[in-house]
Design a binder for this molecule. Sequence first.
Ligand code: NAD
Length: 346
Amino acid sequence: MAKEGKTANDVLDKDDLIVISGAGGFIAGALARDLKERGFRKIRAIDKKPVPEWYQVVPGVESLCMDLSKKENAIEACKGATEVYNLAADMGGMGFIERFRIECLRSVLINTHMIEAAYRAGAERYFFSSSACAYNVELQNDPQVRALKESDAYPAMAERGYGWEKLFSEMVCEEYWHERGLSTAIARFHNVYGPYGSWDGGREKAPAAICRKVIEAKDSGDMKINIWGSGEQTRSFMYIDECIKGIDMIMHCDDLIATPINLGSSELVSINELVSYAEEIGGVELEREYDLDAPQGVAGRNSDNTFIKKTLDWEPSKPLKEGLAETYRWIEQQYHDRKSGKRTVS
Ligand code: NAD
């Protein structure tokens, strides 16, 4: 049986320069923290948001504010890099990606400039954060969906805007390996959640939004919850720590060069179940109101983990109930901090 894959510890020197884009956001912020805590001394974190607005600023990490959709900034960002992790994208939850398709598509500029800059800088490895939204939407019309395997991206009929950008950028990463020999890694994330992510303001995803709504209902005493869609849509949700572990193993696995792979949980739940979990954590039961006109995305989506299990002998497996409890507590703290005038993530 294969054993769990190689990691940055096995292939990098602690003084190799690691460049992480989108580091003012949720996943790349957690990645920068993880690598720093594991002893890597030269990490350059970049985001277009001003540094005081980052979700996490990691002490000892070089933190820069730059718009990486501009070629000259991408070149500057990648100078001297051994590894580049590109997680920068203009994105958000369903409400954002259905409404701002042009913004989502324009993220193509970030990957296009970053990969060329990484290649010219002589980087050894390049990571691209793709998405389950790259899959053919016609395979996701039923809440009792068959889990999506890697080959289901083609024939292509990705989610409009965001999904097509991911699919095209994946192809760019594949060709930089085939034509130019740059070692690229491509992970298709399925809904990532956890502390230090957006939880209010329009870019938040379902788990954070539902936790916030339960917390708001308890705080206001108005014991109702507004749910987007019928609540019967299904998804799987991956806890942030497992996403970070998966990124590391995928980036350093020789069998996965230029090969898109699912990185997600295969625990399928409906949005109604997600609401029940959050209510249970909050110790309340709310009256449910369904907004059938709200953005709700595909009817069902799950991650088929056959390939990742076979290749890395690992898959994300943290039960949603456990990860959601940690997320709920963090959002509750954020909610009360904001009420008392403190600075918060959202
Ligand atoms: P996020 O919005 O928290 O972080 C993305 C960051 O990129 C933001 O801080 C944003 O300011 C930055 N950014 C946007 N445009 C930029 C630019 N031109 N130059 C520099 N920085 C720029 O999102 P996240 O949840 O951390 O997602 C990270 C990556 O993972 C994205 O590529 C996203 O598409 C992908 N992804 C995330 C999920 C999920 O569930 N969170 C699912 C699938 C794929």
